[in-house]
Design a protein around this ligand. Sequence first.
Ligand code: ZN
Length: 188
Amino acid sequence: MVDQNKIKEAIKLLLEGIGEDPFREGLLETPDRIARMYAEIFAGLDEDAKTHLEKTFTVEDRENQGIVLVRDITFYSMCEHHFMPFYGKAHIAYIPDGKVVGLSKLARTVEVFAKRPQIQEKMTGQIADAIMEYLNPKGVMIMLEAEHMCMTMRGIKKPGSNTVTTSMRGAFMNDTNLQNTFFHMLDR
Ligand code: ZN
């Protein structure tokens, strides 16, 4: 559980650290606001993807199931190296093996892993692994595209640059045809 009192103390210290006065009017409520905000944006730390993925539906035609793709799932996460936001879109494809899940549950799964201190590469794999574990599909392919504030606001300052990561499991792993189908489906 997020300890809001600890966060408040830390933010007060942080304000002092940058040479600010945490007791001036504009900053007085800031530690409290940030503590409440962090409880929300790190809520995924207390969540398990299982909650969203364990309720599945059976599909009859097991052999001829094609790719299920949910694209453009907006997410917001926090880079664990700089504690700055990174945000963008997640695209999730899987080939069911007799089991499917409600489409909104895939978006919920993205949230579980986004709402933590994260790195994009790890998050991509975590989503793929969770879907493999609870849905047992023939294969999964995930792509995340994100803009990182730690790259656009500081350092090399490249606004608009996107980081793209992919993760494949099962049937997608060594099948370039399947991978290309995924990319074509994303092309619209
Ligand atoms: Zn960063």
